[in-house]
Ligand binder design. Structure first.
Ligand SMILES: NCc1[nH]cc(CCC(=O)O)c1CC(=O)O
Length: 284
């Protein structure tokens, strides 16, 4: 069986797609993989402000089109970047085993209280503002290494990155910056953070059954149910992160909340999201 994998061209995306290819080859005897490198709108329009243009599908739509045109069999996405709804004819077959999920505060060496923080994510801005109430926010864009270089160079005093991306790239430190992991009590990770999603044409998901990871799907499907229920794009300050037994939740209306989760909660994701949101005071 041969799989053509549609991927973005960034160093992180290529690393992630190589991980998918390795897992397909390990799980399916005789399987072969080929990469189709696609430029997405988000890659092309580096001058676009993610805050102003909105991010929905910016890094994923062109990969989906490659699937729909039959040019690729699997689209490899950072789950975090993938909108909640699939275009007609496509499904998310599942996820690779999740990487570490926390955020990391990246500080320029010598700075302990940043005056400027480079992030356009309302989720990150509002959570980190609790730690640094005086900070102002700027936007920095680019690949992981570009962002680290910009902090070392002084474009901003700090930024926030997902630990997963740095870990996959093998980055454990960077000259001129200090990395400080953020706990879930300081920064609740984005829905799907640290997970790699495998999307395919409806009907093909069975071919990937041996490749995908059930515990990751259990958590991520519940997180995505909160997103769907709130109708939240990435422009709203909201986060939901499920571990085996705990929900870490953030919303601009509630702040960070921590709730217990039981196995039965994971079995009925939308009912669980509806119930918990109601308990937290969200209506309709
Ligand atoms: N929005 C960009 C993006 N999409 C996924 C990751 C990190 C890797 C992951 O969460 O799997 C990143 C970079 C970042 O937030 O630092």
């Amino acid at each position: 069986m041969k799989f053509i994998l549609a991927t973005r061209k960034s160093p992180l995306a290529l690393t992630q797609t190589e991980m998918v290819a390795a897992r397909i080859k390990a799980a399916i005897p005789g399987a072969e993989c080929e990469l189709l490198k696609v430029v997405t709108t988000g890659d092309q329009r580096v001058e676009w402000s993610l805050a102003k243009q909105g991010g929905k599908g910016l890094f994923t739509a062109e990969l989906e089109q490659a699937l729909l045109r039959g040019e690729a069999d699997v689209a490899v996405h950072s789950c975090k970047d993938l909108p909640g709804d699939n275009p007609p004819g496509l499904v998310v077959a599942g996820f690779l085993p999740r990487e570490v999920t926390h955020d990391v505060l990246v500080l320029r060496e010598g700075v302990s209280v940043p005056a400027t923080i480079g992030t356009s994510s309302p989720r990150r801005q509002q959570q980190i503002a609790k730690l640094f109430p005086q900070a102002t926010f700027t936007e920095i864009r680019g690949n992981v290494d570009t962002r680290l270089k910009k902090i070392a160079a002084g474009d901003a005093d700090a930024t926030i990155l997902a630990a997963a991306g740095m870990k996959r790239l093998g980055i454990t430190g960077w000259p001129g910056v200090v990395l400080r992991p953020l706990s879930f009590a300081e920064s609740v990770p984005a829905v799907g953070q640290g997970a790699i999603a495998l999307q395919c044409r409806a009907g093909d998901e069975g071919k990937l059954a041996a490749v995908v990871d059930a515990p990751t799907a259990r958590a991520v499907v519940l997180e995505r149910a909160f997103q769907a229920s709130l109708g939240a794009g990435c422009q709203i300050a909201f986060a939901a992160h499920a571990t085996r037994d705990t929900l870490h939740f953030f919303h601009e209306k509630t702040g960070i909340r921590t709730l217990p989760l039981r196995d039965a909660d994971f079995a009925a994701p939308s009912a669980t999201a509806g119930r918990i949101l109601q308990e937290l005071g969200f209506h309709g």
